[in-house]
Design a binder for this molecule. Structure first.
Ligand code: PEP
Ligand code: CO
Length: 446
């Protein structure tokens, strides 16, 4: 017999990667408080994103999803949000030009706080301490490693403030295409991609002038003043997710109110586990990370559970195998999905399969491997006759030195200069733009 889904149904199932809170009463008080707060996103927005992702799955649009590996409480200010948003806008312009199609823009922002870890403990200064699991759970300093439920309230507040700013940027004129020249960052000036971007921006300005002169209607022009921008994060801390669930008054369906798209990580995608159960019952678009250990049988069971009615735009498969590794894994997953007739968006995360330790001791990602995995992704979808629908990246508008390579030729020795990430290494503005130009080229032949 099928049990009806409830927002707390996940509690009776096996869970992994979630903290055990010592003080249950304190945890419950926080959950009650959160469940009385307003949701951050609304059902209509999630449905709209799903419709746009349906267009991505048909090949009529392309998905750009990017942001921090982990947002942090310390590194929270308007300039950082603005600069990451600017880089995503710049990338989207480049991709629009290459793909001649709309770009669906989703930030790993306003809620991306909880992190799965490969080990429960880590060694810091020769002491074994519980692993850092993201600011919504515990703190980076070793005396803050005990999971603290109050952190959920701070995460909520930060997510609300971030989203408020992102809504203002995307709707309030900042993202107006006429301002395309103003989206560049001082830190990127003088770089090769910077001049390429300016060349493109000049072409756009000329076309806008032309349209104006030709009398293109002002309603169409009006549409160019604003962009749709959505938020996303890994749905890892289920107490937080459950507390922000809301019933949509128009449809009676449940929506995850914590972000527009939520995804299931590669470590928490057990078919009969808590995370998949939770995501199966909310109406939001759902991402599913697909790494090397995922079998075709599991993938079919997962999609069947997450999208029994085969709704377009509901499931985005985010594949992450590592450079030159996709050949071993991706074609058989594609074949299984195609054989079953499942509607999905295929997106490529070229970050998480390409993490290495530099000889200088930093967790890094060689940029040429990132580019290689994206190239593999396009080539394989071409040969399978399926649609390469998007990219999923860890990036920032800050001029960091976290991933090696790129036109700036960041070397192992340079990593220590500006290594700021709270978790995994991110592409900086220049590397992000370089990647966008490469993807734009691929899109021209899609
Ligand atoms: C992530 O996206 O930050 C992440 C942990 O990815 P994955 O689940 O693919 O390892
Ligand atoms: Co990461």
């Amino acid at each position: 017999m099928l049990n009806k889904w409830t927002k707390d149904g996940w509690r009776s199932l096996p869970r992994v990667q979630m903290p055990t809170y010592e003080n249950k009463l304190e945890l419950e008080a926080v959950e009650r408080q959160l469940s009385n707060y307003p949701p951050l996103v609304f059902a209509g927005e999630a449905r709209r994103l799903k419709m746009q992702l349906a267009e991505v799955s048909r090949g009529n649009a392309f998905l750009l999803q990017g942001g921090d590996c982990a947002e942090s409480f310390d590194e929270f200010n308007a300039d950082l949000i603005r600069d990451s948003f600017k880089v995503l806008l710049q990338m989207a312009v480049v991709l629009t030009f290459g793909g001649k199609c709309p770009i669906v823009k989703i930030g790993r922002m306003a809620g991306q706080f909880a992190k799965p870890r490969s080990s429960d403990f880590e060694i810091v200064n020769e002491i074994e301490v519980p692993s850092y699991r993201g600011d919504i759970i515990n703190g980076m300093p070793i005396d803050q490693r005990v999971p603290d439920p109050q952190r959920m309230l701070q995460a909520y507040t930060q997510a609300a403030a971030s989203l408020n700013l992102l809504r203002a940027f995307s709707q309030g004129g900042f993202a107006d295409i006429k301002r395309v020249h103003s989206w560049t960052l001082e830190s990127a000036m003088g770089g090769e991609e910077y001049s390429k971007f300016h060349h493109l921006a000049d072409k756009i300005s000329e076309s806008l002038e032309f349209m104006k002169a030709a009398g293109v209607s002002s309603t169409e022009n009006e549409m160019l003043h604003k962009v749709d921008f959505y938020t996303s994060h890994e749905s890892l801390l289920l107490e937080y997710e459950e507390a922000l669930c809301r019933v949509d008054s128009t449809s009676g369906m449940t929506v995850a109110g914590s972000g527009h798209l939520i995804w299931i990580g590669d470590r928490t995608r057990q078919v009969d586990g808590a995370h998949v159960e939770f995501c199966s019952g909310v109406i939001n678009p759902i991402g599913l990370k697909c790494g090397p250990s995922l079998t075709e049988e599991e993938l079919i069971k997962l999609i069947t559970k997450l999208n029994p009615s085969n709704e377009l735009g509901r499931v985005t498969l985010i594949t992450r195998f590592g450079a030159n590794e996709s050949d071993t894994y991706l074609p058989r997953l594609i074949k299984a999905v195609t054989r079953e007739g499942f509607e999905v968006v295929w997106s490529c995360d070229p970050m998480h399969g390409n993490t290495v330790k530099s000889h200088t001791g930093f967790k890094t990602r060689p940029f040429d491997r990132v580019l290689q995995e994206v190239k593999d992704f396009f080539a394989i979808h071409k040969s399978e006759g399926t649609i390469p629908g998007g990219i999923h990246i860890e990036m920032t508008g800050k001029d960091v030195t976290e991933c090696t390579g790129g036109l700036q030729a960041i070397a192992d020795e340079d990593l220590s200069l500006r290594y700021h990430t709270a978790c995994d290494p991110r592409l900086n503005a220049s590397q992000s733009l370089e990647l966008a130009f490469m993807v734009a080229q691929e899109l021209q032949t899609r």
